[in-house]
Design a protein around this ligand. Structure first.
Ligand code: UD1
Length: 346
């Protein structure tokens, strides 16, 4: 049995998939989540997949007393993977203080408790949003590309959180960190026992696509067809959530078992390949055989035209590589949507 890992936001989309991969790699997992955007029955799905029920505590990371109680109840936590955060870009513009409070306080509380409870490493969920729109010569974007002023309070919390980690470690704190900058996570576990469960009308492309395909939404709107891209629609680097989850296991092994690495490291986690919105829509139809009603609509404010990652560093240094085939990934998202209907959830 490997070390015990605390996964904050572990009932969420990426957190649940990462818990599965951690447990399958032999780690013991303690999940904390305030369930503000997820459901505790995700734990059942994790248990069905892995045969192991992770420990779960309904705790908000902003509540430092309750958080400290978790470290006391589960002595021996050696690593943290910190997913818990508010993540709706639009909402962050309307409620900036909520975003700054949630996303900054939770990290500060965790960092503060780490030395006291001898927790050695923290993996932080960052985002390619920190790059904004890279210049043409910076595409595919590397970890060295300039960080641009964030377009939203949400994006800014990712940038500031990265700085907080850097500053804390540079001050001599006895911890290590790997910061993972994700591109666009999509898909669901191949068992369809866990997946993405958006609240209300989905803002992200894939949940909107699958909800449209199943008839919950009438029509997908493709935001903008006059961008400077080959087919005029935006380009993103869509990364399979299971591949992304596996990157966290590699990162955890690196911070806990590798004494020679730098105390803070940053890795892009993507496929290294850009796909346009139209290519995704066509890919979905091809992979599932389901016809998708869609039309072009005006650009969405704040959208970035094109971004995809250079993932050489993750490939070489972390020893991780995205492996999934995009058609399989799109089928996994569709299978998950069908399962939600079967279960009467959506
Ligand atoms: C968005 C956020 C990003 C955040 C990420 C978290 C913005 C500008 N960016 O990324 O900061 O880290 O979510 O998941 O909000 N699209 C459509 N129709 C739709 C939905 C999306 O055409 O109904 C297009 C978008 O214009 C975009 C692509 O699909 O080109 C992907 O959109 P989305 O899934 O929302 O992700 P991002 O915008 O890349």
């Amino acid at each position: 049995m490997k070390q015990t890992i605390l996964v904050t936001g572990g009932t969420g989309f990426i957190g649940s998939h990462t818990t599965v991969e951690l447990q399958q790699a032999g780690y013991q997992v303690v999940i904390i989540d305030n369930l503000s955007n997820s459901n505790a029955n995700v734990i059942d799905g994790i248990e069905k997949i892995t045969g192991v029920r992770p420990a779960f505590e309904k705790v908000d990371c902003c509540d430092i007393k309750a958080l400290e109680g978790v470290f006391q109840k589960y002595p021996g936590i050696k690593g943290i993977i910190h997913f818990a955060a508010s993540k709706a870009v639009g909402e962050s513009v309307e409620k900036p203080l909520l975003y700054y409070r949630n996303n900054l306080n939770s990290l500060i509380n965790l960092l503060e408790l780490m030395p006291k409870y001898d927790v050695k490493g923290i993996i932080f969920s960052s985002s390619c949003t920190v790059y904004g729109q890279p210049t043409a010569e910076n595409l595919p974007v590397t970890e060295q590309a300039p960080i641009r002023k964030a377009l939203s309070p949400y994006g800014n919390t990712k940038q500031v959180n990265e700085e907080i980690i850097q500053d804390f470690i540079h001050s001599g704190a006895p911890i290590k960190s790997v910061i993972l900058r994700y591109f666009n996570p999509i898909g669901a576990h191949p068992t369809a026992l866990i997946g993405e469960l958006p609240n209300g009308v989905p803002m992200n492309l894939i949940p909107f696509v699958t909800q449209t395909a199943i008839g919950i939404r009438k029509q997908l709107k493709i935001f903008g067809n006059d961008y400077g891209t080959p087919d005029g629609t935006c380009i993103r680097d869509y990364i399979y959530v299971v591949d992304l989850a596996k990157a966290h296991v590699k990162a955890m092994e690196r911070v806990l078992d590798n004494p020679d690495t730098d105390p803070v490291e940053v890795f892009n986690i993507g496929t290294g390949r850009g796909l346009s919105t139209l290519e995704v829509v066509e890919g979905f139809e091809r992979a599932t055989g389901v016809k998708l009603p869609w039309e072009f609509a005006p650009r969405r404010e704040g959208d970035i035209e094109k971004v995809w990652g250079n993932v050489d560093k993750a490939n070489k240094v972390l020893g991780w590589k995205a492996e999934a085939d995009i058609d399989d990934v799109l089928r996994s998202a569709w299978k998950w949507q069908l399962k939600l209907r079967e279960d009467g959830i959506q």
